[in-house]
Design a binder for this molecule. Sequence first.
Ligand SMILES: Cc1ncc(COP(=O)(O)O)c(C=O)c1O
Length: 329
Amino acid sequence: VELEKELADLHQTESALLFTSCYVANEASISTMAKILPGMVIFSDQLNHASLIAGIRSSGCEKRVFRNNDVDHLHQLMKEYPKDRPKMVIFESVYSMEGNIGPIEKICDVADEHNALTFLDEVHAVGLYGQHGAGIAERDGVMDRLSIISGTLAKGYGVGGGYIASSSPIIDAVRSFAPGFIFTTSLNPPMAAAAKASVSYLKHNPQIREKHQERAATLKSRLASAGVPVMPSESHIVPVFVGDAALCKKISDELLNKHNIYVQPINYPTVPKGEERLRLTPTPFHTDEMMNHLVSSITSAFKEIGTTGMRSAYEHYMQKAAPTPARRA
Ligand SMILES: Cc1ncc(COP(=O)(O)O)c(C=O)c1O
């Protein structure tokens, strides 16, 4: 209860509800909301995480998918439904594979126009963005525009567990009806205490977030200067283009075995075929020396493996990525 109060205070909501992970929080909350509001239509961003998709699937609701961050497309789809039909728009703030950021305010404007609830997954932003670490919605000054915010106590907070923050009636409804909340052991007291300490610490230490942004920007520019194919990203997530699943795994193995650096290979189905990548997530505590080691190791791993054809695939990706309204929005 103390942690839930800390989280409600973080997001400036009436209430919050803890789950064993944010996967469970997303799945359980979305499917339960749909049961409470029969006939609901769900509008889902194309790049939504598997946990959001699992919730949408088990809700059994009609679902429409809008292009990533494309507010006009969302508007077009919503226009097809009468105003009094229950609706919910489900999206993320930081998309973890692309590193791009959702236009929260514009999405809320469209949702309001169509009388829809909004569900925002801030998993890759809580602890990391906003004056108190409440995420991109806090950074953009739009926290009060969202019906439900979900977050994790892993990742930025370094512990484990997940939650939703919302109005008291919504939290009470999910608490009363969600099987993913009711039929499993709750987060244990040591984890809850650790998470509360972490949330509170990051709430009062914005300088760590500033350092984090500086470290991410430094890593991006160092990689680019060394000729490494960094993909465009507005956030702390630094994707490096490979464009081939086997090569991606090989480079990751080479980095681990020869250079003692663990970087995950991201392959299909997490990203589309032909857009395979390494995903780097620098922390505030990665030093210049560590970054030098990383950049020289990646450069030598790329050379060692031989990346013929990769450059042109990367250029093709960059051409496709840059001008589309979906990515610019
Ligand atoms: C966007 C997004 N939402 C939800 C989750 C699930 O969070 P948790 O690790 O707390 O289950 C993840 C990944 O872990 C994620 O990337």
